[in-house]
Design a protein around this ligand. Sequence first.
Ligand SMILES: NC(=O)c1ccc[n+]([C@@H]2O[C@H](COP(=O)([O-])OP(=O)(O)OC[C@H]3O[C@@H](n4cnc5c(N)ncnc54)[C@H](O)[C@@H]3O)[C@@H](O)[C@H]2O)c1
Length: 366
Amino acid sequence: MTSFAGEYAGRRVFVTGHTGFKGAWLTAWLLRLGAEVCGYSIDIPTSPSLFEQCGLEANIGHHVGDIRDTDHMSRVIAAFRPEVVIHMAAQAVVSASYTDPLDTISVNVLGTASVLQALRSVTWPCAAVIVASDKCYENVEQIWGYREIDALGGKDVYSASKGAAEIVFGSFARSFFASGDGPVRLASARAGNVIGGGDWAKDRIVADCIRAWSQGEMVNLRRPHSVRPWQHVLEPLSGYLTLAAALRTRPQLSGQSFNFGPAPDRPRPVMELLTDLAKAYGHPRLDQAFRQLPEPPFPEAGLLTLNCEKARIELGWAAALNFAETVQMTGDWYRKETATPAAALQLVNDQIQAYEDMHNAREIIQ
Ligand SMILES: NC(=O)c1ccc[n+]([C@@H]2O[C@H](COP(=O)([O-])OP(=O)(O)OC[C@H]3O[C@@H](n4cnc5c(N)ncnc54)[C@H](O)[C@@H]3O)[C@@H](O)[C@H]2O)c1
């Protein structure tokens, strides 16, 4: 089950974006599963950084490079000969897409095209998961969750870059990897907003809160009533690992896209997330935790949810955590890390173990 039945023990896994928030959690999880990890990222994007806090560099092949440098990345891939590729490198901060829209389009669209181009020179069996976002859908603010067959789009540049990357993925899949008969099988994975310990990115709501609360300050909320498919970072990561394992044995999955979102539940607005997070973090005064900005600095979608039936039916994957558990785990991590920063890796490993236990108990992943 969630230990993936030995699927990753001794497996060579190439991860782009391994120094980011999701990348650090994924790297730590893969190492626990016994995989050999080779990471490729342009930088260590934050300070502090979960990747550094956990000391992950010492236990992997750590490569600094730009995913748009196809030749360099191809050489790293050829030397490592990965059996699994998980492409997560991106300009993944929405506010930065307003500051430098061309960079966001370049990294997310051309960067994904470059990874796909590099995969064309792979001549050995390899399963690749291209990580996308729930924001790739044309958001019509509907109450129903988006399905994989819904229209792609993007009203803002970050969303458009993710929608465009998905179109590029589909075109490469059909043009160069059709039928899954070749050595490379690939699928894309669309996940919602993730939260969890160790996200230190700028302008991400949980990271902003922890930074402010640890200094005794209030947080300015852009859109307290916006609803997002909040999920713990381990949920989509379990989806990516499940999808890559399935691709290895089921060629018919190649070229497809899958949503990985939270369990169907009442959609939760930012305000509810933060009230519960403040309690889990141990904030002494909830009335001092946040306030609403009079004017949001940039437009953002109000409502966005995902339908994950396809992942459940085709992959046997479903989210393991409910909203309360998701927020509690996140608050716990930051509260304990604030008290003992050196315990970051232990906290990550403890939460991965707890997550695997919950998956086992709920018999979600076959
Ligand atoms: N965090 C979320 O809520 C969320 C939600 C949905 C989808 N995603 C997607 O998941 C993936 C990972 O997100 P994250 O939150 O870990 O992001 P992050 O910002 O924490 O990390 C980004 C990573 O990409 C690397 N990177 C950026 N530009 C690069 C380039 N040109 N070449 C090589 N590496 C580069 C960075 O060094 C870093 O390792 C992204 O594709 C993101 O769009 C994230």
